[in-house]
Ligand binder design. Structure first.
Ligand code: AGP
Length: 368
């Protein structure tokens, strides 16, 4: 059993540590001469790509959270309006689809019933459907018009980790490729994204080296039954994923909030000692985020903060801080999620639950 886990205690931990390789493998053959080249896999002509007037990301759970990142990335890079839908909602909501709509379904397993049903609905309505999936030959891969495989390798733990970061890489590659084709980013911008993408594996490695510190982080929350995750922009999307991971395996109730929403109700729940994990990796909203952090701090919250290397400010407002390696803001989710995965993992282990097979959950939800 241990051999299967390559010496790791659990599949989830093994898969967290496999992320540098998984993301490397997902981008490897798709980058050449500092540009993204997907022409071997995606058979959409540059004319068709230019005519797309709406993108809809459709997925469930963690894959849906990857879609939320996709919205920011696609709108920023390609200037195409993007919607993100939970597959079980999309299939019943009569979405507006035309021949110029590109529906991107994301599914690790490629067998999720709701995602597959949404794919079929979208196809029937005339959309082009592109699948991002980890399983070659899966139902989603077979039925989609276009397929981009994530090369994360088999993911065994129910809690998805390396599949998520690989899905993010697929999204960055697609977004950059489309932007190159549509002329919505300069050659220089594309080069910069590509060059930063190729540095992500070593940067994830650097975070994994801080695991002892992250374990200490986790120790601060294990005896709590409720906590909050806060972020703005892309950090909010990552907060949602961190919160799901924690709930799924540690059974600690948590909620993720867009930090600016706090004042609209949730702030009432902040009381002495409640842990709040706050993400402050997005430079454009950094000041706003710090002021939200100070608001919860003033109400007695125990704050764990995530920021970028070199930031000496955040530590003045939080109880413990973790610095992430520098990267482009847009790429930060790939790094920011890693400590959150480890916090969930260590919290689960400390609370004595089954890491790889959480109660009530299946790896792949093949029934509605
Ligand atoms: C994530 O940790 C979950 N176990 C779950 O949300 C999962 O991402 C979801 O069921 C979607 O699965 P899929 O990617 O195989 O379609």
């Amino acid at each position: 059993d241990k051999a299967e886990k390559s010496g790791y205690e659990h599949f989830m931990l093994k898969e967290i540590y496999e992320q540098p390789k998984a993301i490397q493998d997902t981008m490897a053959s798709r980058i050449s001469q500092e540009q993204v080249d997907l022409s071997q896999e995606i058979s959409l002509s540059s004319q068709v790509i230019q005519q797309i007037d709406k993108v809809q990301f459709v997925a469930c759970g963690t894959a849906y959270h990857a879609g939320l990142v996709g919205k920011y990335v696609f709108e920023d890079l390609t200037r195409i309006p993007v919607e993100v839908d939970i597959a079980s909602e999309y299939r019943y909501r009569n979405p507006i689809i035309t021949e110029r709509t590109l529906v991107i379904v994301i599914s690790q397993s490629g067998e999720t019933a709701d995602t597959l049903a949404a794919l079929r609905e979208a196809k029937k309505a005339g959309a082009t459907v592109l699948a991002i999936t980890n399983v070659v030959g899966s139902s989603v891969a077979r039925e989609a018009d276009q397929v981009l495989i994530t090369w994360a390798g088999p993911e065994i733990a129910v809690a998805s980790t390396k599949a998520y970061t690989s899905q993010l890489i697929a999204i960055y590659l697609l977004g950059t490729y489309f932007a190159q084709m549509r002329g919505t980013c300069t050659v220089e911008d594309a080069k910069q994204i590509v060059s930063e993408l190729t540095r992500l594996p070593q940067r994830v490695e650097a975070i994994l080296e801080q695991s002892a510190k992250i374990k200490d982080f986790a120790a601060q929350i294990v005896n709590h039954e409720h906590l909050f995750f806060l972020g703005r922009g892309l950090d909010y999307a990552v907060a949602l994923e961190g919160s799901l991971k924690l709930k799924e395996i540690s059974y600690i109730h948590s909620e993720a909030y867009a930090a600016g929403e706090l004042k609209h109700g949730t702030l009432a729940l902040i009381e002495e000692g409640i842990p709040v994990i706050s993400l402050a990796t997005q430079r454009a909203v950094y000041e706003k985020m710090v002021s939200n952090i100070q608001e919860v701090k003033a109400r007695g919250a125990y704050l764990l903060g995530l920021t970028v290397e070199g930031d000496q400010e955040l530590q003045k407002s939080v109880d413990a801080v973790l610095h992430l390696p520098e990267t482009l803001d847009i790429l930060s989710p790939v790094l920011a999620v890693v400590p959150l995965q480890l916090v969930a993992y260590y919290a689960c282990v400390a609370r004595g639950f089954d890491v790889d097979k959480p109660r009530n959950l299946a790896k792949s939800v093949t029934v509605e």
